[in-house]
Design a protein around this ligand. Structure first.
Ligand SMILES: [Zn+2]
Length: 248
C-alpha cells in the first residue's frame, strides 16, 4: 500500500523525493563545480529539482504531499514574483497584499481546481506538462543571464523527468517469465493521454506559456513603462481611458 492508500502502482512519495533530491544535488553540484552558475543559483536549481520530483502527483486528490506542495508553492511563487512587481514601484503594503492574495489563491484556489479538473495519471504525468513546468519556471526565474535562467528551469525539468521515469519503472514487475508490465505502464512518460479534452488543454497551455516566454525573451516587459507610459500596453490604455473619464 502507498500513501494514497491504494495498491502501489507507482513509486511512492518517499522514493520520488529521494531520487529527485539526489538528482538535484548532483545537478546543482555540477553547475557549481563546472562554474556554469554561481552558488546561490545552483542551490536554487537543485532545490527546484528536488521539489519538482513531486509535481506530477499534484493530480492525486487531497493527499498530504499535494497539500505540502501547495503550501510550498503558495509561499515561494509570490516571493519569486516580487522582484518583477517591485520594478513597478509598488509600495510595501501593495506588495504584501499581492503576496497574501497569491498565497491564498495558490494554497486554496489551485488545490480546488486541481481536485476538480485533474485525474490521476492524466496529463499532469506527461512530457507537455514537463515542458509547461520548465517554461513557467523559466519565466518566474527572470533574474540573471539566459544560461542561469535555463539552468534553474532545467532543474525543474530534471526533477519532473525523474518522477515520470520512476512511475514507468514501477509499472514493470519481474514475474517468472521475465519482466511484465502493469496497466499503468506508459501512462506517465507520454505525449498524449486518453482524454482529448485534457490533451487539447495541455497543448493549449504549453502554446500559451511558450508564447509568453518568447515575448519575455524578445520584448521583456519593463513594469515601469508598462504602468506609466507604454503606447500599446493594455494596462496603459485602460488607465489612460480611466483618466480621460476623470478629467472630462
Ligand atoms: Zn506519479
Amino acid at each position: 500500500m502507498d500513501w494514497l492508500g491504494k495498491e502501489t502502482i507507482m513509486a511512492d512519495f518517499r522514493t520520488h523525493i529521494t531520487v529527485s533530491t539526489l538528482a538535484g544535488a548532483a545537478y546543482g553540484a555540477t553547475g557549481y563545480f563546472t562554474e556554469f552558475a554561481p552558488l546561490p543559483s545552483c542551490i536554487v536549481a537543485g532545490t527546484l529539482c528536488s521539489v519538482a520530483g513531486m509535481l506530477p502527483d499534484l493530480d492525486s486528490d487531497n493527499s498530504t504531499p499535494v497539500r505540502e506542495m501547495l503550501s510550498f508553492g503558495a509561499a515561494v511563487v509570490p516571493m519569486a514574483l516580487f522582484s518583477r512587481l517591485q520594478a513597478a514601484h509598488l509600495s510595501h503594503e501593495e506588495l504584501l497584499c499581492i503576496g497574501l492574495a497569491g498565497y491564498l489563491a495558490i494554497r486554496f484556489g489551485v488545490g480546488e481546481l486541481l481536485s476538480r479538473f485533474t485525474v490521476h495519471r492524466g496529463m499532469f504525468h506527461s512530457i507537455p506538462a514537463l515542458l509547461i513546468a520548465f517554461t513557467v519556471t523559466f519565466m518566474m526565474c527572470h533574474i540573471g543571464t539566459l544560461e542561469v535562467r535555463l539552468f534553474k528551469a532545467g532543474g525543474v525539468a530534471l526533477g519532473f523527468l525523474t518522477h515520470l521515469v520512476l512511475d514507468e519503472i514501477w509499472a514493470v514487475r519481474w514475474g517468472i517469465l521475465g519482466p511484465r508490465t502493469k496497466k499503468s505502464f506508459g501512462t506517465a512518460l507520454k505525449f498524449f493521454g486518453q482524454s482529448s479534452m485534457a490533451n487539447t488543454a495541455a497543448y493549449a497551455v504549453l502554446l500559451f506559456v511558450g508564447l509568453l516566454a518568447y515575448q519575455d525573451l524578445t520584448h521583456p516587459v519593463d513594469m515601469r513603462t508598462m504602468v506609466i507610459n507604454s503606447e500599446d500596453s493594455l494596462i496603459d490604455r485602460i488607465s489612460s481611458a480611466f483618466q480621460d473619464e476623470v478629467t472630462r
